[in-house]
Design a protein around this ligand. Structure first.
Ligand SMILES: [Zn+2]
Length: 336
C-alpha cells in the first residue's frame, strides 16, 4: 500500500484505536458492531456522535481525553498533576508484581496513573474537572488518583470555582492495600471543605462506577448525573445475592435503577452532558439564566420536577412595594 491509500489506512487505524482497543491487526476496521442493538455502525458516524450508537443510544466507552474535550471549551484546558506517579510501597505481588503492572499500564496508556485533572471552562464557566482513565488498571483508585482528586477539590476551593469529576472505576486499587482505602476518606475530606465554602460539585457516573469510588466522592455530588445503562454499585451483584439470599432485579445497579431509587438525579445522554452541566452550574452559582441550550433528551432522563425547573423560563423579578415603617412602640424585638 502506498500514497493516499497508505495514508488512509494509517488514519483509519489510528481512529479505530480510539473506538476499540482490541481491533484486529488484519487491516483497517471501518465498522463497529453495536453491543446494544447488534447493528453494524460506520466508525466515522460513531465518532461524530461521541461514541454513542445513533440507532439505539448505546454508549461505548470514550477515552479520557475525548471525554474532557467533550465537556470543556476548546482552548481553555490546563493539565494538572500529570507527573504524579505511583510507587509500589508494599512490593505487592498478585498474578504479577504491582511494579510490572504500573510499567505496563504506563506503556499502554502513556499516562502515569488512572486520573486526568484539568482546569477548563464549561460553556464559559471556569471549573476544575477530572476524569478517570478506565484503561489504566480499570480506573482503580490508588494513592496517586486519590491525591489528584484531592488536589482538584482543593484547587476548586482556592479558585472559588465548581468541581466536576467523571468517574469510571473498578474501585480501590487492591495492590496498594490500605493506602488505597485511605483515599476514600481523604478525597471526601477535601470535598467537605469545598462544600463548606458553598461551591458546587457535580459528579458524573459512567460505566462502570464501582467499589471505593462509588462508596466515596462519586456519590457525594450536589448533583449526580449518570450516563444511560451504566453499571453503578459497590459490590458486584453475585456477592450481594449470596449475602442477602434473594433474587435481584434484572436492571439492578444500572443508572436507571439508581434513578428510580433516588440515588442519581438524572440520566443524561453523553451529547447533552455539557449543556446540562452548564445549566446546572448557572443555577447553582446564581448566574444569569443560561437559555441558549435546547434540553430535548435531558428532559426524558430527568424527574418531572427537575425537568420543569431546568426548562421553564426564569420567574419575572418580583417587585415588592416597601411597607411603610411602623412607628417604633417598643425596643423589645417582636415576632415579624
Ligand atoms: Zn446500537
Amino acid at each position: 500500500m502506498s500514497g493516499q491509500g497508505r495514508r488512509w489506512f494509517e488514519q483509519t487505524k489510528e481512529f479505530v484505536g480510539k473506538v476499540k482497543a482490541g481491533a484486529s491487526d488484519d487491516g483497517p476496521d471501518l465498522w463497529t458492531r453495536c453491543d446494544g442493538c447488534g447493528d453494524t455502525l460506520f466508525n466515522d458516524a460513531l465518532d461524530a456522535n461521541h461514541l454513542v450508537c445513533p440507532l439505539c443510544g448505546h454508549h461505548f466507552r470514550i477515552g479520557v481525553i475525548g471525554r474532557l474535550r467533550l465537556l470543556c471549551d476548546e482552548g481553555t484546558i490546563t493539565l494538572h498533576d500529570d507527573l504524579l506517579h505511583p510507587v509500589d510501597a508494599l512490593t505487592f505481588v498478585d498474578s504479577k508484581p504491582y511494579a510490572k503492572r504500573i510499567e505496563q499500564s504506563r506503556a499502554k496508556t502513556g499516562r502515569n496513573d488512572a486520573f486526568v485533572a484539568i482546569s477548563g471552562d464549561v460553556a464559559g464557566i471556569p471549573c476544575e474537572v477530572g476524569a478517570f482513565d478506565f484503561t489504566y488498571m480499570g480506573g482503580s483508585m490508588g494513592s496517586v488518583v486519590g491525591e489528584a482528586i484531592t488536589r482538584l477539590f482543593e484547587r476548586a476551593r482556592e479558585r472559588r470555582v465548581p468541581a466536576i469529576v467523571v468517574s469510571a472505576s473498578g474501585g480501590a486499587r487492591m495492590q496498594e492495600g490500605v493506602l488505597s482505602l485511605m483515599q476514600m476518606a481523604k478525597t471526601c475530606a477535601a470535598l467537605a471543605k469545598l462544600k463548606d465554602e458553598g461551591l458546587p460539585y457535580i459528579s458524573i457516573l459512567t460505566h462502570p462506577t464501582t467499589g471505593g469510588v462509588a462508596a466515596s466522592f462519586a456519590m457525594l455530588g450536589d448533583v449526580i448525573l449518570a450516563e444511560p445503562q451504566a453499571l453503578i454499585g459497590f459490590a458486584g451483584p453475585r456477592v450481594i445475592q449470596q449475602t442477602i439470599g434473594e433474587e435481584l432485579p434484572d436492571d439492578f445497579q444500572t443508572s436507571e435503577y439508581l434513578l428510580d431509587h433516588g440515588m442519581v438525579d438524572a440520566i443524561v445522554d453523553r451529547g447533552d452532558l455539557k449543556r446540562t452541566i452548564a445549566v446546572l452550574l448557572a443555577q447553582l452559582l446564581g448566574l444569569s439564566p443560561v437559555r441558549p441550550f435546547g434540553l430535548k433528551s435531558v428532559e426524558g432522563g430527568l424527574r418531572e420536577d427537575a425537568a420543569e425547573s431546568l426548562t421553564k423560563p426564569p420567574p419575572p423579578p418580583r417587585i415588592v412595594e416597601p411597607e411603610p415603617e411602623p412607628e417604633p412602640e417598643s425596643t423589645e424585638p417582636g415576632p415579624k
